[in-house]
Ligand binder design. Sequence first.
Ligand code: AHR
Length: 493
Amino acid sequence: LNASLHLDPARIVAPVSRRTFGSFVEHMGRCVYGGIYEPAHPCADADGFRSDVLALVREMGVSLVRYPGGNFVSGYRWEDGIGPAAGRPVRRDLAWHSLETNEVGVDEFMRWAGKAGVEVMYALNLGTRGVQEALDVHEYLNHPDRTRLAELRRANGAEKPYGISMFCLGNEMDGPWQTGHKTAREYGRLAAETARALRAAQPEAELIACGSSSSSMPTFGAWEAEVLELAYDQVDYISAHAYYEPLDGDLDSFLASAVDMDHFIDSVVATADSVGARLKSKKRINISFDEWNVWYLSRYEASRSAITEWEVAPRVIEDSYNVADAVVVGSLLIALLRHSDRVTAACQAQLVNVIAPIRSEPGGAAWRQTTFHPFALTSRLSRGDVLDVQIDSPVYETARFGAVPVVDAVATHDDGALSVFVVNRHRTESVSFTFPAAGPVTEAWVLGDDDLTATNTQDAPDRITPRPLDVAAGDGTVRVTLPPVSWSAIRLG
Ligand code: AHR
């Protein structure tokens, strides 16, 4: 098969937003306890954080981390996690049927975020709580001094305010599983009033209203429209969440998951812009795609009723990712990047152990899952501007999405250098792929394998890593062969 990419450095979608390379740390399973934090581990630093995990987070190129949930946040009392460790209560976490010790709270997490070099997106509880509690945690986090909660933060060791810019106004409030689930009308009003109050404290805060938990929600589209009708002037972003898995063994559709992500983004942009038009507003609402990943959700749903004990940090959804999963993650990053004009923040969910690119064992090793690699390479090599490219590709048939292009790609351009990210979704055919470019090839990587089910494990942590890709360049054309079910990154100039 043959495919080609047409690009013109003058045709720009938008600058690459560093916030596209966000991740997510939820108090869930072993993401916090036994993930980023394990004081008894030989690699633990003075604050109890695993330095081996921190090194992998830095290597992965994570820019932003959403915290502390997720479904967890909708029952969370932030003040349980501050002050002397001995006084912190143990609470039930209804979202994940487990016990929260509150050993890690916001001050510890902000210390970890400083070490990891990441910005924090803080999620507020609008499930069981409201405007006052949102203002309280905001005062604790961001007010400089003299007020009761700012002085409490200072007494707890954080002299300076944390200066958090991005706040999620709740989590997945459209989902009936959410503690404190609301109708669009109930939520839209609460989001607007919470945002109005927060803005009085911090006018430049970047506020994210909850959008849909998935494009398959029965309220998808209508939810965004109603919430934005009520909160358009008060918020900056609407969120989107999407998880993908192969359903009924349908690998062809799974490999085309980015088609759903593209549709999701285009639909939310159209909905937001139509509300803006009705309101005669010049303001544009962007998308925070603050949960996305491959998640074998149906396996979790099937095993959920077996969870009867109340445990601290149980093993929950520790999916092992294979080659096909990594190719899908790479293709989802292509979809996010190509929408950089409207998707200016995104968080892969989650960071460690829980549906995560990084795995760790208690007292043992930390390693990179297959999905770590496309994220790390895309974060490192996407620079400058995202280009508006055109792709000529053959198509293949899928049960879920009909005819889908075999090849998908995106390119970024900076100071004469070009990075191209490309996926071949075909299960059996290689693709000869060309694009116009001059300049020396500085890096070229391919991620794929004859065994699509191969994973990285504690014993074989590097079974799947990117391999060098052969590139033929001359006469202003670059030519590569993309193996079946593979993701590649090529940098020139
Ligand atoms: O990331 C796991 C869960 O998925 C989050 O807690 C929730 O927001 C989503 O449904």
